[in-house]
Design a protein around this ligand. Structure first.
Ligand SMILES: [Zn+2]
Length: 483
């Protein structure tokens, strides 16, 4: 296994596939140009769908690129060893050109010859077949032949060198339909002990790491119906971060040279050691710089909301780590330096990116925290409830609920002096999130303060929404709800 920097890895990748007849295409912007069905490009193939369906690509039938992607579906997982919301995907495609055998051979050659991975540690999974499509025997034969060339007698079956698996693992297609087909994943055995007798490539104990996946798009999905596409496309995808972690022999993607300089800065600023929070900051601020580069600004909806949420999560985790001052701009600056060699826009848009991040951090801090500091009464409120809140909020119960919330959050003498609630405004924002804005007056040591409170109730775990439960934030009167 060669000891390569992440830059050497993706350069070797682009170079190898160019030598094999592929043309480099640029990374598409993160915001899909003609598809409102997703907020962000989440895989390298996404911008290529029209060409997989048959439209002629101006750069030919063999393409390669590195694509920036954002996935926020499992944002809560960020902080473990591998999860990132923003990542780089190595991709290459055959648009109705070569197919399974050549694709698998090229992939293996790249991993073994260019990166120096040991063929003895390589394992594969293939589609086992079902009512929609037969077992992928063509891929099985291709794999057998490769292994046998290297003197490995590869068996097919559960826990074997070549493992057939079902649709859940070895089929790829968009939920909404379009080109789809079986895939064949490539795994690397890290040499760790098996976690049990049943340990195999589909186990996530860490023994086998997925390093790439060839999707063979030979079918078309319309509704529930799957029919032959009449074309044979290949879509290879591999995560640069994960591959780099493997080659650099480190335990997590955050320990690779991709993230190390950003991580070091976060650690230096932290008063408390908490690896999960530190990783969240690295990931979220890096993601924010990419998203702003592609023209998004923080807002209450769509991509802007995701951006706002990423920055705010980073700020909150910063507070958890005891970081006193504003820090996001400083981290963003390092993240930009780290990726500007790949995404040129980071350099040209640098000033704007830093400004947006800095302003968003300031907004959050002033709105949520410094409100009462002048009165030396710390009645900062952030109450989170998780049970049946929505049921309590119907109609007139809002007032009772508010008083109850304040009683638990403020000291009781203040609560007794709450004047009546003067305005209640309830509205539903899309995807089942209920917002209740209340204006009320509150008396603490004589002066009367006017506040609005924004309550949010979210019924599900939609990643694009605030977390489940109730969030109560003091806002100065007339200031618009920010969260
Ligand atoms: Zn295992």
């Amino acid at each position: 296994m060669k000891n390569l920097s992440y830059k050497q890895i993706y350069e070797a990748y682009l170079d190898f596939f160019q030598r094999n007849g592929h043309t480099v295409i640029p990374s598409a912007p993160l915001v899909p140009e003609n598809d409102p069905s997703v907020l962000f490009v989440n895989a390298g193939m996404f911008p290529l769908v029209p060409f997989l369906k048959g439209q002629e690509h101006p750069k030919g039938k063999r393409l390669v690129n590195i694509q920036r992607c954002i996935r926020t579906g499992d944002i809560e997982e960020v902080g473990n060893r591998y999860h990132c919301t923003a990542f780089i995907m190595l991709g290459n495609w055959s648009l109705n050109d070569y197919f399974k055998k050549e694709a698998i051979n090229m992939t293996v050659e790249f991993f073994t010859k260019e990166l120096g991975l040991d063929i003895n540690n390589i394992y594969a999974s293939v589609f086992e077949g079902d009512q929609d499509a037969p077992q992928d025997t063509e891929s099985i034969e291709a794999w057998k032949e490769i292994f046998s060339k290297h003197g490995i007698d590869a068996k097919v079956g559960k826990g074997e060198r070549i493992q057939p698996l079902g649709k859940k693992e070895n089929w790829w297609g968009l939920e909404s339909g379009g080109p789809c087909g079986p895939d064949s994943e490539i795994f690397y055995d890290t040499g760790k002990e098996k976690c049990g007798n049943d340990c195999n490539v589909s186990c996530n104990c860490g023994k086998y790491v997925e390093i790439g996946n060839n999707v063979f798009m030979e079918y078309q999905k319309d509704g529930d119906k799957i029919t032959p596409l009449g074309r044979h496309n290949v879509d290879f995808g591999g995560g640069l971060e994960r591959l780099t972690a493997l080659l650099q022999n480190v335990d997590s993607v955050y320990d690779t040279d991709i993230y190390k300089p950003i991580m070091n800065k976060v650690k230096e600023l932290s008063q408390i050691e908490d690896i999960k929070s530190q990783r969240v900051i690295v990931d979220h601020i890096k993601a924010a710089t990419w998203i702003i580069m592609d023209g998004v600004t923080p807002s209450r909806t769509q991509q802007g909301y995701i951006l706002r949420r990423l920055i705010r999560r980073a700020v909150r985790h910063g507070k958890k780590l005891g970081i006193e001052n504003s820090f996001c701009k400083e981290i963003a600056n390092i993240a930009i330096g780290q990726f500007k060699g790949i995404w040129e826009g980071l350099e040209t848009e640098k000033e704007n990116i830093l400004k947006v991040i800095e302003e968003e951090e300031e907004k959050l801090i002033t709105s949520a925290e410094s409100l009462f500091s002048a009165n030396s009464k710390d009645i900062r409120v952030r109450v989170e409830f998780s049970k049946n809140i929505l049921a309590m909020v119907t109609s007139r119960k809002v007032g009772t609920l508010l008083i109850g919330l304040l009683m638990t959050s403020l000291n009781s003498s203040a609560v007794s002096k709450i004047n009546s609630i003067s305005a209640v405004d309830i509205y539903l924002i899309p995807n089942r999130c209920l917002v209740v804005n209340c204006a009320f007056s509150l008396m603490i040591n004589q002066p009367i303060f006017f506040y609005t409170i924004s309550l949010r109730f979210s019924q599900d775990s939609n990643p694009n929404l605030p977390p489940r439960g109730l969030h109560l934030l003091h806002q100065p009167y007339n200031q618009h709800s920010l969260d």
